[in-house]
Design a protein around this ligand. Structure first.
Ligand code: FAD
Ligand code: UDP
Length: 384
């Protein structure tokens, strides 16, 4: 008999399991249907020993002191300003849009004042933007929207930006300064030895209070083990047998291209394959971006690799990477939320179970908040 069954060994499930085991002394069973811990944050060496983000690049950044402090107990950090380029019209552009992008566009030096004036003349007014197209037309106007956002968004989601919630494209900052960092957050850093090493330390902290079973689906575990409380971080519609209809998720196909030092030498390169950590392809190519993660991990190795991301439909057997934030999907999620509110002894948590486009620090912050508010506060007692 376990006090809690935690479904999903991604970041949300790991934080919850670690807190319950170490702070409350609960005996927990943590399961994942994949064969590894870490969910989409999982990293591992490729054939040449290059630390690789197998489910897309994971750039840790945060403004939440609690989330940073929590993770810092399990890792040291390598601070970094993540740099991205957007490749369109046959050239690299500074991205996200900033004063340098504007200078590239007009072919001469400029100033924040000139760029602000230029934007003001192009911005369109919608009151409160209702979708991602309106959000971008309101912040940068048609020319920059079409150059950098429209095609990328269509490719990433297989939806027109006008069908997506404004928050999707608003994830990308727009600046009139020369700051070219991809994010605005005050803390931007990668775990020194990678995410999987960090997660292994979290598990070690749990000691004998935690049992971990990988390659095990909840559908099998729910009848095989006795437990008091359930923490569920899988897709919420799946929990309810998709009884109200399927929620839409977006999937990806990742294509890894490894380069040994010899391969690089043959190409006349040393250490790296592309000049940027990430290159976005808004208007050409079937993939959205190519990531050379070594730029961010700072790993000391003469080898490297590139990861290409091809968006794809989330057909059966594929991983659900992103909730698709359209009005019908959000309305259906609200219905599932209604069912979830009636479940006793179950906590729904994380990107899939709350159908929310969560970054890592938000996943940590939410798990910590639920732990403090519900479990540490004694609202939910131990199950044994
Ligand atoms: P997940 O990592 O999805 O973990 C859920 C786990 O539950 C999975 O391991 C899954 O296998 C398991 N599971 C599901 N159903 C079942 C079941 N029925 N039985 C057993 N196990 C089950 N965030 C950032 O902050 N920075 C970034 O740069 C960044 N880049 C990203 C890039 C991509 C391509 C993606 C997809 C996400 C990115 N994120 C990034 C978001 C980050 O991955 C999430 O915030 C984080 O992984 C959320 O953790 P989670 O535990 O909620 O979800
Ligand atoms: N986006 C875009 N052009 C870009 C980068 C992003 O239009 O060059 C839009 C696109 O809709 C994308 C969203 O902004 O899905 C969020 O981008 P982000 O880089 O945060 O995506 P993630 O890393 O979460 O896949």
């Amino acid at each position: 008999m376990y006090d809690a069954l935690v479904v999903g060994a991604g970041l949300s499930g790991l934080v919850m399991a670690e807190r319950l085991c170490t702070q409350l002394g609960w005996k927990c069973l943590l399961i994942d249907r994949r064969e590894h811990i870490g969910g989409n944050c999982y990293d591992a060496p490729d054939a040449n020993g290059v630390l690789t983000h197998l489910y897309g690049p994971h750039y840790f950044r945060s403004n939440y002191p609690e989330a940073i402090a929590y993770l810092s107990a399990f890792t040291t950090w390598r601070e970094i300003r993540y740099r991205v380029s957007s490749f369109t019209d046959g050239r690299h552009w500074s991205f996200p849009i900033n004063l340098r992008t504007f200078e590239q566009l007009i072919g001469r030096e400029s100033s924040p004042e000139e760029f602000r004036g230029w934007l003001d003349r192009r911005r369109m007014s919608f009151g409160e933007p209702q979708n991602s197209e309106e959000a971008m037309l309101a912040s940068v106007g048609p020319e920059l929207y079409e150059k950098f956002f429209k095609g990328y968004t269509q490719k990433q989601w297989n939806k027109h930006p006008r069908d997506l919630h404004p928050s999707v494209c608003r994830r990308i900052p727009i600046r009139t300064t020369r700051d070219e960092a991809y994010f605005d957050d005050s803390f931007q850093a990668m775990p020194q030895e990678g995410y999987t090493a960090l997660f292994q330390r979290m598990l070690q902290a749990c000691g004998n209070n935690l049992d971990l079973r990988l390659g095990l689906d909840f559908s099998e575990a729910r009848n095989r083990f006795a437990y008091g409380h359930l923490i569920y971080t899988g897709p919420i519609d799946e929990y309810f047998g998709t009884g109200l209809g399927r929620l839409e998720y977006r999937s990806l196909r990742f294509e890894l291209e490894s380069y040994s030092s010899r391969d690089l030498a043959r190409l006349g390169r040393q250490g790296f394959r592309q000049p940027y950590l990430q290159v976005n392809y808004p208007n050409s190519q079937p993939y959205t971006r190519i990531v050379e993660i070594k730029h961010a991990t700072g790993q000391d190795t003469p080898h490297t690799n590139l990861m290409r991301e091809y968006p794809q439909e989330c057909a059966p057997g594929r991983e659900p990477y992103y909730p698709v934030l359209t009005p019908p999907n959000l309305a259906l999620y609200q219905k599932y939320l209604g069912l979830a509110a009636k479940e006793r002894g179950v906590t729904f948590l994380g990107r899939l179970a709350t159908y929310t486009y969560l970054n890592m620090d938000q996943a940590v912050e939410r798990a910590l908040r639920v732990f403090q508010g519900k479990f540490a506060a004694g609202v939910y007692g131990a199950g044994r």
